[in-house]
Design a protein around this ligand. Structure first.
Ligand code: NAD
Ligand code: ZN
Length: 364
């Protein structure tokens, strides 16, 4: 039972997405076919279209922030059944590798950084378009009305959850919020700086606030982002362009010796160095979230670390997604956080390129 439906295909690097009719094959063993109800657009998808990930093969159906309903299941699938509401995630949890077995890690060896996810685990694709095989992205390809994914890239959520809202928990919100709560483990009364106020950076602001930070300094060159950042918990907002001296110096002067926690949510070498130097020289913790262009290097003065600073990174905010997503959705339903405030536009699927234009224009 092949399903014919629409999907947004990226045919080649540098081209905008093209909404096409595709055929989606049924799920094989340990796979699930999902009707995607809502998907978010993350900057990472734009990086794919620009060709910043040399290991992503074209043509490809991008998208890695999505929620939907199980349509059918392959042999051996036990955790979900047709009709279940699910959230998909771009960082799997196979449950069997040494990292999955380690309670302190959320990095699964089936992640794209260890194993390319351009095809399903059996090295074949479930998508065809105009007779051509189309690649998968991060095993979930959410820019399609139906997608087929390995069972370990999704989890069932509460049937009461509004899919058009909780789809943000699939990547952007969970990444930012978890970076503060899990990766940095922000302490009450502490001082934080967040570089970059896109959907992910604003979620970091929410996480710092939830953790009880007393001062949250939001940094962006786009001042249109400041009002939302303040609404979500930022206590001060600054633009590096308003100062002659480097922003790390500004932040150090504002806080005495630098912040307790800094977060880089942009993905450039300059802002990574600035974020690292903005946290205090001894107990400061800098968390890298932004994705640098593939192959880039960041020159740093080793003395920045020798005095005691900690520099760490996070994938999806440190959550073991299959274990955590149901709980995050429950917290959303209990109104422990309001991720709805991050939603700037809701568009029909056919207008997906308009969504990318809004992203590039800094309007979301
Ligand atoms: P976004 O493009 O919406 O937001 C980036 C923000 O940074 C914008 O508001 C922009 O104005 C600001 N900015 C750009 N240059 C700046 C500068 N020099 N100084 C200060 N501010 C500057 O992006 P997003 O969707 O929020 O994603 C942020 C980053 O996080 C991306 O690199 C994305 O790939 C990455 N990401 C990582 C993970 C992970 O698991 N680690 C998950 C999701 C996204
Ligand atoms: Zn694993």
């Amino acid at each position: 039972q092949v399903i014919r439906c629409r999907a947004a295909v990226a045919w080649a690097v540098g081209k905008s997405l093209s909404v096409e009719e595709v055929e989606v094959a049924p799920p094989k063993a340990h796979e699930v076919r999902v009707k995607i109800v809502a998907t978010g657009i993350c900057r990472t998808d734009d990086h794919v279209l620009e060709g910043s990930f040399p290991d992503v093969e074209f043509p490809v159906i991008p998208g890695h922030e999505g929620a939907g309903i199980v349509e059918s299941i392959g042999e051996g699938v036990t955790s979900v059944k047709p009709g279940d509401k699910v959230i998909l995630f771009g960082l799997p949890q196979c449950g069997e590798c040494s990292f999955c077995l380690n309670p302190d890690s959320n990095y699964c060896v089936k992640s794209h950084l260890s194993e390319p996810q351009n095809l399903l685990p059996d090295k074949t694709s479930r998508f065809t378009c105009k007779g051509k095989q189309i690649h998968h992205f991060l095993w979930i390809s959410t820019f399609a009305e139906y997608t087929v994914v390995p069972e370990y890239t999704l989890a069932k959520i509460d049937a009461a959850a509004p899919l058009d809202k909780v789809c943000l928990l699939s990547c952007g919100f969970s990444t930012g919020y978890g970076a503060a709560i899990n990766t940095a483990q922000v302490k009450p009364g502490s001082t934080c700086a967040v570089f970059g106020l896109g959907g992910v950076g604003l979620s970091v602001v929410m996480g710092c606030k939830a953790a009880g930070a007393s001062r949250i300094i939001a940094v962006d060159i786009n001042k249109d982002k400041f009002a939302k950042a303040k609404m979500l918990g930022a206590t001060e907002c600054i633009s590096p362009r308003d100062f002659k001296q480097p922003v790390q110096q500004v932040l150090t002067e504002m806080t005495g010796h630098g912040v307790d926690y800094s977060f880089e949510v942009i993905g450039t070498a300059d802002t990574m160095i600035a974020a690292l130097a903005s946290c205090n020289m001894n107990t400061g913790v800098c968390v890298m979230i932004g994705e640098p262009p593939a192959g880039s290097t960041v020159p740093i003065d080793p003395l920045l670390l020798l005095s005691g600073r900690t520099w760490k990174g996070t994938l999806l905010g440190g959550w073991k997604m299959r274990d955590s997503i149901g709980k995050l959705v429950a917290s959303y339903l209990e109104k422990k956080f309001n991720s709805d405030l991050l939603i700037t536009h809701t568009l029909p699927f056919a207008k997906i390129n308009e969504g990318f234009e809004l992203l590039r224009a800094g309007k979301r």
